[in-house]
Design a protein around this ligand. Structure first.
Ligand code: FES
Ligand SMILES: [Fe+2]
Length: 340
């Protein structure tokens, strides 16, 4: 599946990445530069000076502007060139493209498509990331694969049994049935693994004397946003009927931003709503998440390499666990066709 859906919000950076300096990144094939104004408002511009094309990310922030590192032209947060050293007059129309930008849920969001369509209400809900009732770990990975392969990975969690044996994996995952439903440009993929031993991460993050009932409730929002409500409770304690009192819940929140056809940016938060002040637990969960997602990153790079060496007439197969992946890919295909 190639191409990028441009009329969508993507995460350009974690809020914490953007301080006093400028940050360059490629988003959906576009080089962009990010910086904050003195008031702390984020701005995202084309990362290419309109004079002699030097990336502005090689320059620096000066007050509310970014200054090109070559001949010192300065651009404001709207991309307008407002100063040219050595002359009082700025050539008419001098400037670079600016992108709709919003800071929300500890992320800087960018809309790479038609600015007229950039409605902030379309940013998907990630409130767990900075809700005071939750504590979250966060991280970023640079991934050497197409973004869709990472979305596929998150929509088919049968892989945890094989790839994440030391953290999220446990026997019985693949035997539990999946329930997949579509709702507009969202897909829900639910799985309950009943009366089985907890995987290592949950055993360390909770207190379970015996087997557990465990849930993986995935919501994918087009094009690349995945929120997974995961957790477990003592077997038979009624978690599936809504009683989670004897269990633990973690929101495993992922959002992926295409860089090129063969690379993407992977941002994640893991948020929990219990033992909020337990720093040892925070460290334990951060370590488990980093370990598990790092394993995915390695798999994805190997998968992309293998895809690159396959001939054009090579075709794979689909299996039952792909139900959610296939639904999501169908929606993405429709959105890509609509933009084309
Ligand atoms: S290339 Fe940017 S000021 Fe000359
Ligand atoms: Fe994984």
């Amino acid at each position: 599946m190639s191409g990028f859906i441009k009329n969508a919000w993507y995460v350009a950076a974690q809020s914490l990445e953007l301080a006093d300096s400028v940050l360059g990144r490629v988003i959906c094939g576009d080089p962009v530069v990010m910086f904050r104004t003195e008031a702390g408002e984020p701005a995202i511009l084309e990362d290419r000076c309109c004079h002699r094309h030097l990336p502005l990310s090689l320059g620096k922030r000066v007050g509310d502007r970014v200054q090109c590192g070559y001949h010192g032209l300065e651009f404001d947060a709207d991309g307008v060139c407002v100063s040219v050293p050595g002359q009082s007059r700025v050539p008419p129309g001098a400037g670079v493209r600016s992108y709709p930008t919003v800071e929300r849920y500890r992320y800087i969001w960018i809309w790479p498509g038609d600015p007229e369509k950039a409605n902030p209400d379309l940013i998907p809900d990630y409130h767990w990331n900075n809700d005071p009732g939750w504590v979250s770990n966060t991280g970023y990975f640079y991934v050497e694969s197409n973004h869709q392969l990472l979305v596929d990975n998150l929509l088919d969690l049968s892989h945890v049994q094989f790839i994440h044996a030391t953290t999220l994996g446990a026997d019985g995952v693949t035997d539990a049935p999946l329930n997949t439903t579509r709702d507009g440009d969202r897909v829900h993929i639910d799985r309950w693994i009943m009366d089985m031993p907890p995987p290592a991460m949950f055993a360390g993050a909770g207190d379970f004397p015996g087997d557990v009932d465990r849930w993986q409730l995935i919501t994918w929002t087009a094009p690349t946003h995945v929120v997974i409500d995961v957790g477990c409770a003592n077997a038979g304690s009624g978690a599936r009927d809504g009683n989670r009192d004897q269990g633990i819940t973690i929101y495993s929140n992922h959002t992926i931003t295409p860089e090129t056809e063969k690379s993407c940016h992977y941002f994640w938060h893991h948020a929990r709503n219990y033992r909020l002040d337990d720093e040892e637990l925070t460290k334990f969960l951060a370590n488990a998440a980093e370990t598990a997602f790092g394993e995915d990153v390695d798999i994805l790079a190997a998968q992309q390499c293998s895809i690159d060496t396959a001939g054009d007439d090579w075709h794979g197969i689909d299996i039952n666990a792909d139900a959610g992946v296939l639904q999501a890919r169908k929606i993405v295909g429709g959105l890509l066709a609509g933009e084309a």
